[in-house]
Design a protein around this ligand. Structure first.
Ligand SMILES: *Cc1c(COP(=O)(O)O)cnc(C)c1O
Length: 401
């Protein structure tokens, strides 16, 4: 029964037959409905209906309507999510908003090893505001207790770590932060669509994410921002006309819109949002808890099969074995990781490399299968046993890895 659900879901993606795609944590695969959705927006809406489409096809509301569809996937209420800009810019907005909501404190806690862009954004804000209004403190996950957060204004944390694939206890850490008087911004980049998240029950303050990973919105698709209802009267620090209370009155002064709309800034990319919407349609009527189960089956099976192969003695598993602590990828550290990743890609197994020595195998519960695991591990074993990765063509690093 459930097997046929997953066959059906897989059939909703274009997946080249000669490839094993294990990089949906970085760029989700192309949903079969997306080319036609984009063609429709381009040819019918833009081509025929031209500028009237802002009203007649409701282009103007897209960041909110798509935001509501994302809300459904991340356990948020209607009118609490906007789909716009990218994760980094949304984090910039959320962090300044959080500092404004907690004005007697200046400490921003971050995880020392988290995705660098998040910490670059925090550092940029610290530089802008000066030390007496914003000071960054790097902590390790185990130090994120209420005792260590009792002077924090806000904590920024990834729900699933991009390098190791470890899943953090959102409920426990959010509670500890709140108990200490700190707000929390969760980065959902690697968890939305694969982990059941409940932002409402967990009482999360802000969350940010991207739509081009497990949500399959397409390369460079916009990010999103969740602002919980009780914080929605705070200012958007990037106050632009799309967040104005009456954008087409062209008033000389800024007056923020009520509700989540105020977190918009400038004009949205309608084409990109059409693709996002098409990607999200795959999730309709699919409980996230079912995807979570499937994801754990796939990654758990990968780890078991890895353990059983002789080359596993030369590999460090970075991803937790415990289901409760694992996201939807398996990361291994090993010697020659870069050239091995290149040889894998050349043999049709698409993975990615993260410096200095990590290979990530990302599993999308929507389209990956047990066969992908077997093929990937067979290819990896052959490459290591024959030392094929030593070939000169696998030593050259391109801009994007
Ligand atoms: C992918 C990713 C980002 C990307 O941010 P963009 O602004 O969309 O480029 C940010 N944070 C984390 C944790 C990520 O994994």
């Amino acid at each position: 029964m459930s097997e046929s659900i997953f066959d059906h879901l897989r059939s909703r993606f274009h997946l080249p037959e000669d490839r094993v795609y294990l990089d949906g944590n970085s760029l989700g695969a192309l949903p079969t409905t997306t080319p036609a959705a984009l063609a429709n927006t381009v040819e019918q809406q833009w081509g025929s209906d031209l500028i009237a489409s802002w009203n007649s096809h409701n282009w103007i509301e897209l960041p909110l309507t798509v935001g509501d569809e994302i809300a459904h996937i991340i356990g948020a209420e209607k009118d609490t999510v906007v789909c716009c800009d990218n994760l980094s810019i949304n984090l910039y907005k959320a962090l300044l908003a959080a500092l404004e909501l907690n004005p007697s404190r200046r400490v921003v806690c971050v995880e020392d090893q988290q995705f660098p862009s998040d910490n670059y954004i925090a550092a940029g804000i610290a530089r802008l505001l000066g030390e007496d209004r914003c000071a960054i403190r790097a902590l390790s996950i185990s130090d994120m207790t209420s005792d260590n957060l009792n002077d924090a204004a806000v904590l920024i944390l990834s729900h699933v770590d991009y390098k190791t694939g470890s899943l953090r206890d959102m409920q426990k850490i959010t509670e500890a932060a709140h108990q200490a008087g700190s707000l929390v911004i969760w980065d959902l980049a690697h968890s939305a669509g694969v982990i059941d998240i409940d932002l409402v029950t967990t009482d999360v303050d802000f969350a940010v994410g991207c739509t081009y990973k497990f949500l399959n919105g397409g390369p460079g698709a916009p990010g999103y921002l969740y602002v919980q209802k009780r914080h929605q009267s705070v200012a958007n620090p990037i106050s632009g006309w799309m967040g104005h209370a009456a954008m087409f009155d062209f008033e000389s002064g800024y007056r923020p819109a009520d509700g989540i709309r105020r977190f918009l800034t400038g004009t949205q990319s309608v084409l990109a949002l059409s693709a996002v919407r098409s990607g999200l349609s795959v999730f309709e009527n699919v409980p996230i808890s079912l995807l979570r189960q499937r994801s754990l089956t796939l990654t758990g099976d990968f780890i078991r099969q890895l353990d059983a192969r002789s080359f596993s003695v030369s590999v460090d598993l970075l991803t937790p074995r415990s289901d409760a602590k694992r996201g939807s990828q398996v990361s291994i550290a090993l010697n020659d990781a870069f050239s091995i990743s290149q040889a894998l890609i050349d043999s049709g197994v698409i993975v990615d490399f993260r410096a200095p020595n990590i290979i990530r195998f990302g599993f999308s519960p929507l389209y990956n299968t047990e066969t992908d695991t077997t093929k990937a591990l067979e290819a990896l074993e052959t490459i290591i046993d024959t030392r094929r990765f030593e070939a000169p063509e696998y030593q050259v690093r391109a801009t994007v890895t």
